[in-house]
Design a protein around this ligand. Structure first.
Ligand code: NAD
Length: 474
């Protein structure tokens, strides 16, 4: 059985304990990985702290970081095809999605390579007797905690800008799906980053995650995951006032207007809620449909759900299993609760009768106040609801605790943009769900979190400003 290791202080290290990694498509143990504990976490923190105190990444000319980042991107591209297979097997996702994660990771390294030597401060005019300027200083040791849904690309999303800005990083991979990240780090390590700059630990959140969050040498926490864990980390981080970036969950709504192009909409519904089996923080988990088109769109989305190919990741099916038995049971439980509240299951709503953790593509007709329309499900479950007027749609779209993304589908430029202007979300899509890329800032408002990843803006999550104010003497 394959066995994977942790990366601490430039060494691949085994550990006394192991975690088992399941194949979600077969419900069998696929591999094992060394389970890091407190001792390993301390070694990783010591290596990263040494890298910071010696200025190995921060004191050099930024052009050198550009070279390393570009080399890392090249190495990631080299392994994309092979490593995608491992990601498929441990995570359940299909091969194309798994490969996309590696290509997107390479893009993060290329993109932030382009910024690493352009982090320029400003000169502040204070009159002829002063010179005043700002500098962007790396945070120091950036602790980054990664979820299982896109383990590779989310890892690269935070790691690349952190390194570009001159930070050393300690990553905690998810207990579920930690293998492909090790391949990512192996590729990146070939780029020649200085000693101690990248460390990777696989361990539990309650043990290793908590230890890293509360470690005295932690200068920043970048967390991507659930609201509940985010809240716990914020409490734990408050003891040392450690700055955090919080990328949390969502319950994002698409608004389909009366003049929606149905083909455009269906293409977005397909990726919006069924991509990665709906385990996407920015999934289109609600679809609000203007009443005059309601019956037509409802029939079309049910047809779409019923036409998806279902299979394991290596078969490259449209709908793949969810990541774990626990996740499958949780999704089915939320659907049951919706039934009890009086929601109508139009299609799906159950497990698929085959090995592995499959949930049938599900469309549910519900009302806005029901739990199924308010809570994140994190599975292939779309809630649809009618609306009469634009204002009602905006109120419903904005009417949850979350605010990660939102979308508008319609032909009229003024109407779609008027609505986009009113949506409370970090990102609004018009006529294409998931439009954007590594170049576009991403992050939430409300319970979806704070801070931005991706785009030029994200680099400022990894630095702090120092102002130098000089009084000129005569
Ligand atoms: P999770 O919160 O259970 O776990 C995320 C990570 O936190 C894991 O690595 C886990 O080990 C760690 N962790 C758990 N307890 C911890 C603690 N006390 N201290 C430190 N670390 C701890 O989330 P998950 O189930 O892995 O991922 C699903 C959730 O992530 C969903 O809610 C989804 O919306 C969210 N998510 C958000 C984004 C985004 O960018 N906004 C992206 C992907 C996933």
């Amino acid at each position: 059985m394959p066995h994977y290791l942790n990366y601490i202080d430039d060494q691949w290290c085994d550990s006394a304990r192991q975690l088992q990694v399941m194949n979600p498509a077969t419900d069998e143990v696929y591999a094992t990985i060394a389970q890091a504990g407190i001792e390993e976490a301390d070694l990783a923190m010591a290596a990263a702290s040494r890298c910071v105190s010696q200025g190995l990444l921060s004191d050099i000319r930024p052009a050198q970081r550009v070279t390393w980042l570009l080399k890392a991107a090249e190495e990631i591209r080299n392994i994309a095809d092979e490593a995608a297979q491992i990601l498929c097997l441990e995570n359940g996702k299909n091969l194309a999605t798994a490969r996309d994660e590696f290509i997107e990771s390479a893009r993060y390294f290329e993109y932030y390579a382009g910024i690493a030597d352009k982090l320029e401060g400003i000169s502040v005019p204070l009159g002829k007797n002063y010179i005043d300027f700002t500098q962007y200083i790396p945070m120091g040791v950036s602790v980054q905690i990664i979820p299982w849904n896109f383990p590779v690309s989310i890892c690269a999303r935070s790691l690349a800008p952190a390194l570009a800005a001159g930070n050393a990083v300690v990553l905690k991979s998810p207990e579920i799906s930690p293998l492909a990240i090790t391949l990512l780090i192996k590729a990146i390590a070939k780029a020649g980053f200085p000693s101690g700059s990248i460390n990777l630990l696989c361990g539990t959140g309650s043990e290793v995650g908590n230890h890293l969050v509360t470690h005295p040498n932690t200068n920043q926490i970048v967390f991507t995951g659930s609201v509940v864990t985010g809240q716990q980390i914020l409490k734990d981080a408050s003891a040392q006032a450690t700055p955090c970036v919080m990328e949390l969950g969502g319950k994002s709504a698409a608004i389909a207007l009366a003049d929606v192009n149905i083909k455009t909409l269906l293409a977005s519904v397909k990726v919006g809620i069924f991509y990665n089996a709906g385990q996407v923080c920015s999934a289109m988990s609600r679809l609000l449909i203007q009443r005059s088109r309601y019956e037509e769109v409802k029939a079309a989305v049910v047809d779409l759900a019923q036409s998806l190919s279902i299979g394991d990741g290596l078969e490259d099916a449209d709908l793949t299993p969810v990541v774990s038995r626990h996740q499958q049971q949780q999704i089915l439980q939320i659907i049951d609760q919706a039934r009890q509240e009086g929601a109508t299951i139009l299609t799906g709503g159950e497990a698929i009768d085959r090995a592995g953790y499959f949930v049938a593509p599900t469309i549910i007709e519900a009302t806005h106040q029901m739990a199924i329309a308010q809570q994140e499900v994190f599975g292939p479950v779309l809630v649809i609801m009618p609306f009469a007027k634009e204002d009602e749609a905006v109120a419903m779209a904005n009417g949850t605790d979350f605010g990660l993304v939102a979308g508008v589908f319609g032909e009229g430029l003024s109407q779609t943009l008027r609505i986009a202007n009113q949506l409370i979300a970090g990102q609004v899509f018009v006529n294409e769900w998931f439009a954007g890329g590594v170049e576009t800032p991403f992050g939430g408002v409300g319970m979806s979190g704070f801070g931005r990843e991706k785009g030029q803006e994200a680099i400022y999550s990894y630095v702090q400003t120092r102002n130098i104010a000089v009084r000129l003497t005569v």
